[in-house]
Design a binder for this molecule. Structure first.
Ligand code: FE2
Length: 146
């Protein structure tokens, strides 16, 4: 066991508390996309976008939380916000009111190059931060021969 693991173990022993026990710590990602738990189905932000797009050409991305299983949308339990990244490059953020707005958005995006997969984060006020991923390919310009 390395030093970091030892410190973690000591903190848990001293406080009786760890990130693994707190749903509000870190980012939640499904353990297995083929066997999602009910909690994962309700919170996973599902990204819909083309498999391949043209460089510098706008395309639509839809993000929906609760697509797989409806998430509560009431003042005491709701999705607070949704963000979209191309890997770690920020693309947009949407804030939600809870009960008056639904956690679904479609927005035009334009990529200059492939940063990596599209990554959506959704924040539930009770169940923390959740991540959804979708691969996307950005076609580069054809190389012109002289
Ligand atoms: Fe929730």
């Amino acid at each position: 066991m390395d030093i970091v693991e030892n410190v973690k173990k000591e903190v848990i022993e001293m406080t009786g508390y760890s990130c693994e026990q707190d749903i509000l710590c870190g980012v939640r990602m499904p353990k297995d996309v083929n066997t999602l738990s009910e909690l994962e189905q309700k919170h996973l932000p599902v990204i819909s976008a083309p498999e391949k797009v043209k460089r510098n050409e706008a395309f639509e991305v839809t993000i929906e939380v609760g697509k797989l299983k409806t998430h509560p949308n009431e003042p005491g339990h709701f999705i607070e916000w949704v963000e979209l990244y191309s890997k770690d490059t920020f693309l947009f953020r949407m804030s939600l009111s809870g009960s008056l707005s639904q956690p679904k958005v479609t927005i035009p995006i334009k990529l200059t190059h492939a940063h990596g997969p599209l990554k959506a984060w959704a924040k539930c006020n009770l169940h923390g931060l959740w991540e959804g991923i979708k691969d996307i390919e950005v076609e580069s310009y054809a190389i012109l021969e002289e």
